[in-house]
Design a protein around this ligand. Structure first.
Ligand code: SF4
Ligand code: SF4
Length: 180
């Protein structure tokens, strides 16, 4: 069967209807509100409670809050956290804390931003922040060490500074010793 093609007009042979159709689409979008974001200079504002990258925080006195209990390391599903405990002679940099980690690493390539580490931490020392775009030139760069995690985490304003209460309790017990 031979399909008969209708002869093209002069305008069709010059592609004028197709060009006009394309211009109509361009004009329609030209007057709409711009939605293109200039990433990475512009970034999305993420809502409160967003689960971004986990970082360590310091208390308002500048001390490391983490006491190296290793609960977060134990609970982390993809084993992204690696903590090196302080050893028998290790000390903490604040009163009423037995120890602090010698090294604390999070492999951001493994982290799934689940928030389990934040939930289990008894010291409120690790928080999921709002960073969602982590980049690095190598795999090693994506393993964040303790200093980097603390620098990114910043200071957490504690409402309850339980180590200070412990110190006050101890001082009071010195003045009013508990009778056996
Ligand atoms: S957010 Fe989840 S995956 Fe990431 S370090 Fe914490 S526990 Fe591990
Ligand atoms: S971040 Fe919290 S849970 Fe993890 S080792 Fe430090 S104190 Fe323990």
């Amino acid at each position: 069967m031979i399909v008969k093609r209708p002869p093209l007009s002069l305008a069709e042979r010059l592609y004028l209807p197709a060009i006009w159709g394309g211009f109509k689409v361009t004009l329609r979008h030209f007057f709409k509100k711009k939605v293109t974001m200039q990433y990475p200079e512009e970034k999305w504002v993420v809502p409160e409670g967003y689960r971004g990258a986990p970082y360590l925080v310091r208390d308002q006195d500048g001390h490391t809050k983490c006491v190296s209990c290793q609960l977060c390391e134990f609970v982390c599903p993809p084993k992204a956290i690696k903590i090196t405990p302080p050893g028998p002679n290790g000390t903490a940099d604040r009163a009423n804390a037995e120890k602090m980690p010698r090294e604390f690493e999070i492999n951001m390539l493994r982290c799934i931003f689940c928030g389990f580490c934040q939930e289990v931490c008894p010291e409120e020392a690790i928080f999921l922040m709002k960073d969602y775009a982590l980049t690095g030139a190598s795999r090693n760069e994506m393993i964040y060490d303790k200093e980097k995690l603390l620098a990114l985490g910043g200071v957490h304003q504690d409402r309850i500074q339980k180590w200070k209460h412990k110190a006050e309790e101890a001082a009071q017990q010195d003045v009013f010793p508990v009778k056996p």
